[in-house]
Unconditional design. Structure first.
Length: 305
């Protein structure tokens, strides 16, 4: 069942098209990764979902309600964390957390205390004294203290140290296990890889690929390091083999996942002594997708420069 549905969403600012027919959905109990470089349209999409921007065309529905027309109703079931949190300077962190939780009609003191302790936050300090990381902690504690059905997180770990990132990941998994949904916009690909059930890649205002990580791995390459008794012949002629390099440890190269079986069969003829394989990562997928698109665009515009 869909909690969030975006269909043919378009947003123009004058002649500039920020979003160009964006389509995706987030299901109940799902963590959906929304990834792309800066300026791709992630934050614009999120502002439309929050009812802060009106779409030029298309639809954005949360819980079956229109993001713009029913924003007040939607926000009762929504928790949002931006990538750069601004807080009231004269309030303490604890007062801000209480204010946000009460606005959503919640009052779970034990949950609040548990999260403050987990995130190692001093709630008695005035917000003006907080570092960027501590301001993020206030927003995260406020969000996860509330009983929301959908969490929209836009670069939420910006400014957090690795230990706090791990606490954040635990919080996301906890709400997922409770059947809640999460839209996670991030450029930290390892974070997306650990947490997300499905991923949508946005580029220049368009969704260029959506699916589970396994479904998207057809775009990635496996890294291999091979040592053989005899030197491997015709490796550079095999389909799907890239970036061959001779090193002291053996030959390193990348293989398109769908060609892996044929490549392993070929190199096994030469007596494998050592074979090390590194699985494809989301980062590989991301970079390859962007590089491939940029090359084809340059070719279309009159040759690769």
């Amino acid at each position: 069942m869909s909690v969030l549905e975006v269909s043919k969403l378009t947003k123009r600012f004058g002649k500039f098209t920020a979003l160009d027919g964006v389509d995706f959905e987030v299901n109940r109990g799902e963590v959906f990764g929304f990834i792309g470089p800066n300026g791709a349209g992630k934050s614009t999409t999120i502002r439309v979902l929050l009812g802060a921007l009106k779409a030029t065309d298309g639809e954005a529905k949360l819980f079956g309600k229109d993001a713009w027309d029913d924003a007040v109703e939607i926000h009762k079931r929504l928790a949002y964390v931006p990538g750069d949190v601004n807080l009231w300077p004269n309030l303490t962190g604890g007062e801000v957390i209480d204010l946000f939780v009460k606005l959503r009609g919640g009052n779970n003191k034990s949950k609040r205390e548990e999260l403050i302790k987990k995130f190692d936050l001093d709630p008695t300090k005035k917000c003006r004294t907080y570092s960027k990381g501590n301001r993020q902690k206030v927003a995260l504690v406020a969000a996860f203290s509330s009983d929301a059905d959908l969490y929209i997180l836009d670069e939420p770990t910006s400014g957090l140290d690795p230990l706090m990132e791990r606490v954040f990941q635990e919080c996301v998994m906890n709400v997922k296990n409770q059947g809640k949904s999460v839209l996670l916009s991030s450029h930290i690909l390892s974070e997306v890889e650990k947490l997300c059930d499905r991923v949508g890649i946005i580029r220049q205002g368009k969704i260029i690929e959506t699916g589970t990580l396994n479904e998207l791995r057809h775009l990635t390459r496996t890294h291999l390091l091979v040592q053989t008794k005899q030197s491997i012949e015709s490796l550079n002629e095999l389909e799907g083999v890239h970036d061959i390099e001779d090193t002291d440890q053996g030959v390193t190269f990348q293989v398109d996942t769908e060609q892996l079986d044929a490549v392993i069969r070929h190199i096994s003829q030469y007596g494998i002594v050592k074979l090390e394989s590194a699985p494809p990562t989301l980062e590989d997928l991301f970079m390859r997708h962007y590089e491939g698109n940029e090359r084809s665009e340059r070719a279309e515009s009159g040759g690769v420069r």
